[in-house]
Design a protein around this ligand. Structure first.
Ligand SMILES: NC(=O)c1ccc[n+]([C@@H]2O[C@H](COP(=O)([O-])OP(=O)(O)OC[C@H]3O[C@@H](n4cnc5c(N)ncnc54)[C@H](OP(=O)(O)O)[C@@H]3O)[C@@H](O)[C@H]2O)c1
Length: 260
């Protein structure tokens, strides 16, 4: 297998200035794809991701846009294509946590904001990029969901509603676009060591250091962003050409051990 299996492809990764998206952008870029590094506020961090890819001989560009805003989403799609060419690999990663309140106490505006960010504008972005995805020899869409969708825990409604709708988008798209050569899959992480993960652990467990959780994990450590990036890399690689409409949970056996 070639060392750069994504050579010639054009990727856009939403929310890739930090955390999981950053590792996905770096992995896809190192594999040869040109990468649009989308960010909302983190211009400096996005610039670092781009600089690292360019230093490695790759092509990358930082693209500011909030995926919470419809007009921004349209502009993001158009700027990505203008800068890099038609996008044939889209990773729907950008996401925000919800406040953790029960449905009875949740402001409806929060539900709208969270579901728009995760799902409704993911629909909008995907739809706008579909002509390029269809025209390519191969198209890929990977949605970053969450293992929380299987749990539907109390207090998680805006977030799990957003992720469940994102998964519905992905699986419907897989059925609609297979004949156009587009593969669509879902990666569902458990807890991951990122800023979002750290905030969650602080809020729920009062812990300042996520590493404190390593010892109690089935595989001896909490999942890292690179573990999620590896799953995305596999799904978009030539080796996964016949894989579509699938959901891969990457949580280090946490949900498996709960069931056991
Ligand atoms: N961490 C976990 O435990 C975990 C578990 C399951 C699923 N996930 C999912 O994985 C994805 C990435 O999470 P993460 O942990 O890496 O999050 P994170 O550490 O909070 O990083 C979020 C990234 O998304 C960007 N972003 C946030 N809101 C955005 C918006 N409206 N428009 C564009 N970009 C935006 C941020 O950019 P700026 O810095 O520029 O704002 C940043 O690059 C999310 O969809 C999350 O729901 C995370």
């Amino acid at each position: 297998m070639t060392l750069r299996p994504l050579e010639g492809r054009v990727a856009l990764v939403t929310g890739s200035s930090r955390g999981i998206g950053r590792e996905i952008a770096l992995a896809l870029g190192r594999a040869g794809a040109a990468v649009g590094v989308n960010y909302r506020r983190g211009a400096e961090e996005a610039g670092e991701v781009v600089a690292e890819l360019v230093a490695g001989g790759g092509r990358a560009v930082a693209l500011q846009a909030s995926v919470s805003d419809g007009a921004d989403v349209d502009r993001l799609a158009d700027e990505a294509v203008a800068a890099l060419g038609p996008v044939d690999l889209l990773v729907l990663n950008a996401g925000i946590a919800s406040r953790g309140l029960p449905i009875a106490d949740t402001d409806p505006d929060e539900v709208v904001r969270v579901v728009y960010t995760h799902a409704i504008n993911a629909h909008r972005l995907t739809s706008r990029l579909l002509p390029g995805l269809r025209a390519a020899a191969r198209g890929d869409v990977v949605a970053i969901s969450s293992s929380e969708v299987s749990a539907m825990r109390p207090g998680g409604a805006p977030y799990t509603m957003g992720k469940a709708a994102l998964e519905a988008l992905a699986f419907t798209l897989a059925n609609e676009e297979a004949h156009n050569g587009i593969r669509v899959n879902v990666v569902a992480p458990g807890l991951v060591v990122t800023d979002m993960g750290a905030k969650l652990v602080k809020a729920k467990l009062g812990l300042d250091d996520m590493a404190a959780l390593d010892a109690e994990q089935p595989f001896g450590r909490v999942t890292r962003p690179s573990d999620i990036a590896n799953a995305v890399l596999f799904l978009t690689s030539p080796g996964a050409a016949m894989v579509t409409g699938q959901r891969i949970v990457v949580d280090g056996a946490v949900s498996a051990s709960l069931e056991g």
